[in-house]
Design a protein around this ligand. Structure first.
Ligand SMILES: [Zn+2]
Length: 212
């Protein structure tokens, strides 16, 4: 059974190639020439949240970075390199941080447990909790509190994107990218725009974190 499932992927791949070529004979030729995606999407690694699919976008449209609970960490060379490349070299117009309700990473961070290697990673979310503990602890319903932490985590990770020199420099020079915070709802498939006030956050941030 596991082997069948594995082989199925290659069968699927062949069908996918055929369907793409059926609608456009030069599909792969054009794609292989280069990429100019408008979006950088930073999302959770959760298997239920496929970036391109939920946005209805095609290969070539979105530069994607995913990790556990969509964290943008200052010393994470992986994530920081993705932001640098997408903003400075690909010139993306929008940077999206997309969390999702029902996020296992965020839920784990809310529990008092030793999660081994994940402790350090999830501490980023515990920091978000600490920053907003007054608001969060005033929410009695546990699910509602957890949903709010998902949103606040997205908001804080957006702020972390805006703290980067590459975003501040590009925005100052070209007027983009702008940064957006979204939450995907696993239960109905809809994306919710948190309407992050990019200009205000940038202004506030630049009082302390001005780099550019
Ligand atoms: Zn998640």
């Amino acid at each position: 059974m596991p082997t069948e499932r594995y082989r199925e992927v290659f069968e699927n791949n062949k069908k996918w190639v055929e369907s793409k070529l059926n609608s456009d004979k030069e599909f792969f030729e054009k794609l292989s020439a280069g990429q100019t995606p408008d979006f950088l999407y930073i999302g959770c690694a959760d298997s239920r949240v496929p970036a391109n699919e939920i946005m209805g976008l095609e290969p070539g449209d979105v530069f994607v970075h995913r990790n556990v609970a969509n964290v943008v960490e200052n010393t994470d060379l992986n994530c920081q390199s993705v932001i640098e490349y997408a903003v400075a070299h690909l010139g993306v117009k929008h940077v999206v941080v997309c969390g999702h309700y029902g996020c296992g990473g965020v839920k784990a961070a809310m529990q008092q447990a030793d999660l081994g290697l994940l402790n350090g990673w999830l501490r980023n979310i515990r920091d978000v909790y600490r920053l907003h503990s007054d608001e969060l602890e005033a929410i009695e319903d546990e699910d509602a509190r957890y949903n709010r932490l998902v949103e606040l985590n997205v908001q804080e990770q957006c702020i972390n994107v805006i703290k980067t020199a590459v975003v501040q420099k590009a925005y100052g020079k070209k007027g983009f990218p702008t940064v957006h915070g979204w939450v995907y709802d696993l239960k109905n498939g809809y994306l919710v725009d948190l309407d992050i006030d990019f200009d205000k956050i940038l202004k506030d941030i630049q009082k302390i974190y001005t780099i550019a």
